[in-house]
Design a protein around this ligand. Structure first.
Ligand SMILES: [Zn+2]
Ligand SMILES: [Zn+2]
Length: 144
């Protein structure tokens, strides 16, 4: 990867950049990741703690003991609530950046998935579902 990873939250108050290559890019299906993302799983991009530079804004954080028994701190934008970074006390040299917060998420490539026992069946998108290139029909819209 040659391009520097940059990203930020939904409202733009927090902006960051990362130097160097990601150590791993992980789908995590654990229930904490489901709660914190409001989705089926989280995609975390592990980078060196020293490589992550906050360019603007600040984070609010929440620490919880994970299923692994270790405290995990999740950081998010206090203005818009976007989840941004996850830090594990046992691995202080790494920080996991939420892949969806990257300006160009397509620059990273997932390497593996964890806690698959907790994966919801629809975490793996059925290729037969109807797809709409931009937007989609409104659920309240009547058929004409
Ligand atoms: Zn924000
Ligand atoms: Zn997780």
């Amino acid at each position: 990867m040659t391009k520097k990873l940059t990203g930020g939250c939904l409202c733009g108050a927090l902006r960051y950049e990362c130097d160097g290559e990601p150590k791993e890019v992980t789908y995590c299906h654990c229930t904490d990741c489901q709660k914190t993302t409001g989705s089926a799983f989280c995609v975390g991009v592990a980078v060196d703690t020293d490589a992550l530079k906050i360019l603007s804004g600040s984070v609010k954080e929440y620490t919880k003991t994970a299923d692994s028994g270790n405290p995990i701190t999740r950081q998010f934008c206090p203005e818009c609530g976007s989840p941004l970074f996850t830090r594990a006390a046992v691995l202080p040299h790494l920080v996991w950046v939420k892949a969806g917060s990257l300006d160009e998420p397509e620059l990273v490539k997932p390497t593996h998935q964890t806690w698959t026992d907790y994966a919801v069946p629809w975490a793996y998108i059925d290729a037969n579902l109807p797809g709409f290139a931009k937007g989609g029909p409104s659920p309240t819209e009547e058929e004409h």
